[in-house]
Design a protein around this ligand. Structure first.
Ligand SMILES: C[S@@+](CC[C@H](N)C(=O)[O-])C[C@H]1O[C@@H](n2cnc3c(N)ncnc32)[C@H](O)[C@@H]1O
Length: 282
């Protein structure tokens, strides 16, 4: 299990729906007629924003009516995009309660509550009531989690055979250590990145086969200057003044290849690693 209190203390913020609407209104958006595109700067909390989400959705060949489990889905920007632009039905799970509350309110405001549901839950203890999904989706959500073996085994269990895991994750680059603070941690105590080769082996061992494995560090860049993070960006709304130091460290981590960004799509094998060995006669 993850430390829910530490996760909520780091990521959580109260009154987020109001803060987001006020920031969007100040930026000239009509908050009474919001679209997923209007919301995108304020609810896609990952490098590359909505275009990175759309890239991953195309890579995973998402289609209408696919059932998607979005793990660590945050405020729901990716989930609402998958519903509104790709026609998917999305169950979002996140450990930060204030994100789940604000995310559900934003989904209702956009009239997407019949296609996107928000639940509080731990990526390391997924409880989906035995349901399996066509897609497990996860974007910039595993960085605080040390036990990657358990994380990806849980993802594979939540997939139907032949279903796909679609992920975007920062991973450890060839130059180490990384420079702090980063978006997800003030110091090394809460950051657990592994190298792409190690991650790939871990996910394969969970019962998945690689369909695509792309280094998107150059295209899925995070904010590279303070000006890239206006008042209505999710990074500014959540991190406030702490963002300047995060942006500076991010520039170094990217330029010096200390952190790389990977988008990958993996298919769950029909017979996963945890299945009992077939019985032999005689
Ligand atoms: C940078 S945000 C990304 C949110 C969302 N995926 C997006 O791209 O907009 C990281 C998210 O991971 C969530 N998270 C961290 N540890 C988690 C855990 N053990 N279980 C579920 N969610 C977790 C945080 O609450 C936060 O919402």
């Amino acid at each position: 299990m993850s430390d829910a209190r530490a996760t909520n203390a780091y990521w959580g913020r109260e009154g987020l729906e109001r803060k987001i609407l006020d920031a969007l209104a100040a930026a000239g958006r009509n908050v009474e007629a919001l679209t997923v595109d209007d919301l995108a700067p304020a609810d896609h909390f990952h490098s590359g924003g909505k275009s990175a989400t759309e890239r991953l959705a195309r890579l995973a060949q998402l289609r209408a009516d696919m059932r998607v489990l979005d793990v660590g889905g945050g405020l729901g920007g990716p989930a609402r995009t998958l519903a509104a632009k790709f026609g998917c039905r999305v169950t979002l799970v996140d450990l930060t309660e204030s994100y789940v509350r604000a995310g559900a309110a934003l989904t209702a405001r956009l009239g997407l509550a019949d296609r996107v549901t928000h639940r509080v839950g731990d990526a390391l203890a997924l409880d989906v009531g035995g349901e399996t999904f066509d897609v497990v989706w996860t974007q910039n959500s595993g960085m605080n989690i040390a036990d990657k073996e358990r994380l990806y085994a849980g993802f594979a269990r939540a997939l139907r055979p032949g279903g796909v895991l679609a992920l975007q994750e920062p991973m450890a680059g060839p130059v180490q250590p990384i420079v702090f603070p980063v978006m997800w941690a003030r110091d090394a105590g809460a950051s657990f990145l592994r190298a792409p080769g190690d991650m790939r082996k871990t996910i394969e061992a969970a019962g998945c086969e690689v369909r695509a494995w792309d280094d998107v560090t150059e295209e899925a860049v995070g904010p590279s200057t303070g000006a890239d993070s206006p008042a209505h960006s999710v990074q500014r709304i959540i991190m406030g003044d702490a963002l300047e130091a995060i942006v500076r460290a991010g520039q170094r981590n990217r330029a010096e290849r200390r952190i790389v960004m990977i988008q990958a799509v993996l298919e769950r094998r029909a017979t996963p690693a945890w299945a009992p060995a077939p019985r032999t006669s005689g």
